[in-house]
Structure formats: C-alpha cells, structure tokens
Write a protein that binds this ligand. Structure first.
Ligand SMILES: [Cu+2]
Length: 716
C-alpha cells in the first residue's frame, strides 16, 4: 500500500492513504479511529488526493467514514425450534450439551448447503450408475461367504491389504477424468446430499451404499482392494489418542494441522488443504457406546430423530468426526477427508453387528424401517439419489450376504492374544489398544537387525530395551533420534528444549482453521471479533497441592484457591445458578479450555478456537478473537457459541446500547456502519488485538478497552 503520511491534524491524528483506503490513526494510542474511508465516487478520489496534500481538513468533511459494527439479531426460528426440541430430552436441571447444540447448528448449516449447492454433474451420475451395476452383478452371482470382500481394521489388515487400499484411494484422487477428480466427485455427492441423508432414519442405509460405491470405484483401480475400517475404540483405550500410531506416517498421517505425511500427505480438497486438529473436541468410540447400541433392537431406537443419547448412533458417530477435526469436522466437506471412509466403514460394521443382534431378537432388520423417520427425504420409499435405489433398499441383507462382510474387530486379549497386529498391544485391562507412534517405532527398531552402533549409543541400549511399549521416549531416546537425523551432538540447552516439546508432556495444540467460506478457503475473507469468556471453577476439579497452613501444619483438603474455604467469596458465588454437571469427569491440571465456535448463519463457514482459562481460580476470565466472514460485501450473520470443558453450553451476553451486558442468543449481525464508534472488529487478527489495546510507545501503561467487547460468555 502506498502510504502518504500527513502532518498532524487536529490532536494527534495521522492520515494514511492509498488509492481506495484511507485511515486515520491516533498517534498516541496507536488506535485506528477511522478504519475505512471511501470516496463517494472513484473519480473523486483523485480529486481528494490532490486536495489532500494541501487542505486535509476540508477534505475530511467530504468523505464517508465506515466502522465495523456488531448488533444482536433474533435467533433463527429453525435453530430455536431444534434447540427446544432437543431440550425436551433433558431434565430441567440438566445443562444443554455441546453435541445437542452442535447437532442443531449442523442441521441449520446443511439447509444453507442445499440452497447454495444443488446441482451434480452428469458425468458423476453416469459413473455412479456404472458402480452400482458392479454391485448388482456381484450380488447376482450366487456367492458363499468365502467369496465376500472382507473389510478389516486398518491395523489388523495385512501390509498388502493396506497398500491396496491406500493405492486405490490415491489413484482415484489422481484420476481427473471426472471433475474435479474421482475421489472428490464422491465427496461432492455427500456434500450435495448432506441435508437429505443426515438427521434421520436414512443415515445408516444411505452411507452403506456410499461405501459400496467407493469400494467399487476403488476396485476399478485396484481389483483386489477392499475398504478398511478404523475402530477408534483401540485409540480410545490410550491415555493420549492423538499420539496413536494411527495418526502417524505409518498409517494415515499426523493429526496436527495440515496433513504433510503418510499416504494422504499434501492432499488438496475442494475446500483447501487437508487439515486435522485432533483431540480438541468430540470423542472417539468406546466400548460402553457400542455395548449400549446392542441393548437396543430396533433401528428407530438408534436413529434420529427418535433416539436419545447414549443410543443415538448418528450423534455418537459425529463425535468422532469432531475428534479428528479439520476437514473431517463439518459434514458438508467431511467426505473430502480420506479418513471419512475408514470411520464410516466402522460405523457400518457396528450397524451390521446391531443387525445381527436384531436377528437374534427376532426382529427382521430388512423390514425394520423406523416409523418416525424424520424429514421426507428419509421416507422409506424416497429415492436415495443413487439410481433407482430407495431408502428401504439399504436395509437389504444383500450387501452383507453377497458383497462384503466385516471381520470382527479385535477387542479382548483373551480372544486375540497379540491383538493380531504389530500396531496394537494388550493393555492392563486385557483389552487391545493402539500403540503410540513412538512405541511402534521403537518396537520396529528393536525387531530390526541392530545397526552398527557408535559407543555413545551402546550405553543407552539396555535402558531402551527395558522400557515398556507405552512409555514415552526418554531424553536419551530423543537425543538418539536427533543424532540419527544427522546432528552430531545436542548441547545441554537443547536437552531442555526437548523437555518442553517432549511428547510425554501434554503440550497444548492450537487450531488450524480452514477459513472456508462457501467452498473458498482464504483467511483474507475473514475479520476477527474479540470475545470474552468468564469461567467459574468446576466443582469436580481435583484439589491442587497448595493448602493453607495452620500453626505450622499443612491442612490438606481444599486447596487455597477453592471458594469453599472463604466465607464471603463462597457466599457471593453460591447464589449464582449453576448447571447440573453430573456427567463431567474428574478434572485436574492447572489450565483448562473453553471451546468457542463461530458458525455462519448466512454463509457456509465455521471457525473454532478455545480460550485457555486458569482452572485453579474460583472465577476467572480470558479474551480471544474469533473469525467471522468479512462484512465488506454483504452483512455477516453469525452464531457464536461457547462450551465449557465438560461440554456444557455457556450463556452468551451481548452489549446493549447503554453499554451494559444482557443475556442474548449469540446470534449477531456484523456490518460496516457510518460514523459509528467504536470500531468493533479487526480486519485481521492483529488489527483486532491492536484495536483492544492502547499501547503507548513510551513504555507507558497499556490500556485495555473492555467496552469494545460486544459479546461475552459466562460458563458457570
Ligand atoms: Cu455423512
């Protein structure tokens, strides 16, 4: 930007201008008072420029001054209805959970998706018909169980089976004979039909067909390929599933930001780079969930809209999407993430176990279509969007008796002693669990021919071998790794640095947002608004090791931060209504997170971040900056929500005209407004932070402008 700095105007303002943008900056506080100055007509701009250098003050009166503005809007009716409907499942004292809440928001967003994208190209349609015919042909040839394709857990499958699987997916992605490529063409089908096939009875049968379609597509490339599934219970058994070997270059690649290793390294999806953000929210499947599923015998009991947690399989499966995060999280783009099919193949296999259970209980799974099926697209006779297939056809036994079957997952070590995989081990509960990537690599190293060692390596060898599979790498192992990577000697200072990033320490990860708006990913289309979070200490917080001392004796019990110790504080916090948080786990650790989401109400786009709060404090606060679509072309309507670490919905408060804070729904309209101060958002992250702070250059006091925060969340 070409910058013209003028002499000081009135007070301490400076004008910086370029061709279309002019800003006035307060020199003392460094604040952007006037964010955008636009000439009324472009021609006039040149005129202004000439006047500018001579008579700036006169010029100021001829321009339009625009500020970022935020106001509250009523909650969208369909969202409100959904929230109310969900609330009927709860006791009045229960708090609303993030999965309930997120479910409604997703439903709303899928309606937008439907409006925005409706067409499908013909080429894809013809290809789908061809793929469906493959299944028909296969089903017609009478087969016995020996000829069925066998879908296996990705870690239990053989190296050959895994390589077939990854190869065919890669070949589909590389084949651009159908736009944009054969892999993403199927993802687009999932996107365009998302609204019709989620939140209702057709969810399981429809996804079963989609899986057979991609399996057939895969076999067009690699005839021996069969889908694999991801049993995330194996990772749920781990202390830190994000360190599972599943999320490593040995299997599907890392899950921290852009995927740069493994078979899907550097994949570009129609919504930008392939991204994962695992373990920030959601949860994996666990044995309890699957057992719960098998206590029901009717499809209606595990399907939307009739089912209730913990039997709601669609909501439960959504938690896994959220756990992986990134591309897999928003339904409308989830199928662009290759792990989508691994996860859904498992959902499908668990549904098959449910169906077997139905048969044992004299329910015919082929006719058990829910009476309460949801929207019309879930009607048993509605077309699936795949040739002539109707929803009810998805319940046919044909698929699992003629085409494929699922190999039983490995769960108990008593059944499968070694869990049948080098990626798995038997844990203390005698359950199969995934190895961490570190343990896996170490095991592979020890099983290999020992390389000729240099003296310094020999010293630590015994120690390394003695270590348990699940133990994180020691300093020595890390040093050893550094050396293997070609560095000669790691100095002591580096050892300390390793400690800080050592995988055994739970290092907080940040979110890689997609910055996707209506299918175009670019962070320049976003602006940032400050959001404050007020958090009250969780009552299930384990006491910290800081106790009061009386007469020289440490008084164990409540830690000194606990409000229970203090009469006045206890009294003031006591009267604040709190939600029933029975289900929350025992919490420990000195910091915790409040997840904040921004979801477009008139655009398709989400932004996620979290506020880190001090878990010790009886009550504390934190400020973060949330991305929303830039209102430069059209007003932005957005819903902001926040969830405490236990998944409870926090109450939003919005600023009133008087400057006070009042309860609100979190639905906001972000616009540009004439001559309205203060500016309430930053055009980028840095500007948002700068807007909130008056930082003097002379080392003086940095001032925080609290009243520029339009929305706050109270998590009590
Ligand atoms: Cu789906």
């Amino acid at each position: 930007m070409e910058k013209i700095t003028l002499n000081k105007l009135r007070n301490n303002y400076i004008i910086i201008s370029s061709e279309y943008v002019i800003r006035i900056v307060d020199v003392t506080t460094h604040q952007d008072y006037v964010t955008l100055v636009r000439p009324i007509i472009p021609k006039a701009m040149n005129m202004y420029k000439s006047i500018l250098s001579v008579q700036a003050f006169v010029w100021l009166t001829c321009v339009v001054i625009v500020y970022g503005w935020i106001e509250e809007i009523p909650i969208k009716a369909s969202l409100d209805d959904c929230f109310n409907e969900r609330r009927t499942f709860l006791n009045t004292s229960d708090s609303i959970k993030d999965n309930f809440h997120g479910f409604c928001i997703q439903k709303y967003r899928l309606k937008l998706v439907k409006k925005f994208w409706s067409d499908l190209n013909n080429e894809t349609g013809h290809w789908i018909e061809e793929l469906l015919r493959m299944s028909e042909r296969e089903a017609r040839q009478k087969r016995d169980a020996r000829h069925l394709r066998i879908r296996k857990e990705i870690r239990v499958a053989t190296d050959r089976e895994r390589s077939d699987y990854f190869t065919c997916m890669r070949l589909l992605k590389e084949d651009t004979s159908i736009e944009p490529n054969r892999f993403d063409a199927l993802g687009i089908i999932h996107q365009r039909m998302a609204d019709d096939v989620h939140h209702g009875a057709a969810f399981l049968p429809w996804h079963r067909i989609l899986l057979t379609i991609i399996e057939n597509a895969c076999r067009q490339k690699v005839p021996s390929a069969v889908l694999l599934y991801w049993d995330s219970r194996l990772d749920d058994q781990m202390q830190r599933p994000s360190q599972s070997v599943f999320f490593s270059r040995h299997l599907i690649g890392e899950c921290n930001g852009k995927v740069t290793d493994g078979p899907y390294a550097n994949w570009v999806t129609p919504s930008g780079d392939l991204v994962r953000n695992c373990a920030l929210e959601g949860e994996l499947f666990n044995h309890r969930d699957i057992r719960a599923l098998k206590t029901r015998t009717r499809l209606e009991q595990i399907s939307e809209p009739f089912s209730v947690p913990p039997y709601d399989f669609e909501i439960k499966h959504g938690e896994v999407h959220l756990f992986v995060g990134g591309t897999l999280a928003p339904v409308e783009i989830a199928a662009f993430a290759p792990e989508f099919y691994l996860h859904h193949a498992f959902v499908d296999c668990m549904w098959e176990e449910f169906r077997e259970n139905q048969k044992e209980n004299n329910v015919d799974p082929q006719t058990d279509y829910p009476v309460d099926y949801g929207d019309e697209s879930h009607n048993p006779t509605s077309l699936m969007g795949f040739g002539r297939l109707r929803n009810i056809h998805g319940l046919s036994d044909m698929f699992t008796s003629r085409i494929y079957r699922c190999e039983k997952p490995v769960t108990k070590c008593s059944v499968d002693a070694d869990c049948r995989s080098r990626f798995l081990y038997c844990n203390r509960d005698y359950l199969c669990a995934s190895k961490t990537k570190f343990a896996y690599e170490k095991d592979m190293e020890t099983h290999m021919e020992p390389p000729r060692m240099r003296p310094h390596q020999r010293i630590h060898r015994g120690k390394r071998q003695a270590m348990n599979n699940t133990e994180p790498l020691s300093k020595f192992d890390l040093l050893h790794k550094i050396k293997q990577n070609g560095r000669e000697e790691a100095p002591i200072s580096e050892l300390n640095a390793i400690d800080q990033v050592c995988p055994s320490i739970d290092v907080g990860k940040t979110v890689q947002n997609l910055f996707d708006i209506n299918g175009v990913a670019d962070s320049r289309m976003w602006v940032f608004i400050p959001v404050k979070v007020i958090y009250q200490r969780n009552m299930h917080q384990k006491p910290f090791n800081s106790f009061l001392v009386r007469n020289g004796k440490v008084r164990e019990g409540a830690d000194i931060y606990d409000k229970k110790l203090y009469k006045t504080l206890g009294q003031s916090l006591k009267n604040v209504p709190r939600h029933n948080k029975q289900n929350c786990k025992n919490m420990d650790g000195v910091f915790t997170k409040v997840n904040v989401h921004s979801d477009g109400l008139n655009y398709i786009g989400t932004y996620r971040d979290f506020a880190v709060v001090d878990a010790r404090q009886p009550i504390t606060t934190s400020v973060i900056y949330m991305g929303v679509k830039s209102p430069s072309k059209r007003a932005t309507e957005v819903l902001l929500t926040a969830y405490d670490p236990c998944g409870n919905v926090c109450q939003a408060f919005c600023r009133t005209a008087k400057g006070t804070m009042e309860k609100c729904s979190g639905s906001l309209k972000v616009t540009q407004k004439l001559l309205h101060r203060p500016n309430l958002y930053g055009e980028d992250y840095g500007k948002a932070v700068d807007m909130m702070w008056g930082i003097p250059h002379d080392g003086g006091y940095p001032r925080f402008y609290d009243r520029k925060i339009f929305i706050e969340f109270v998590c009590f």
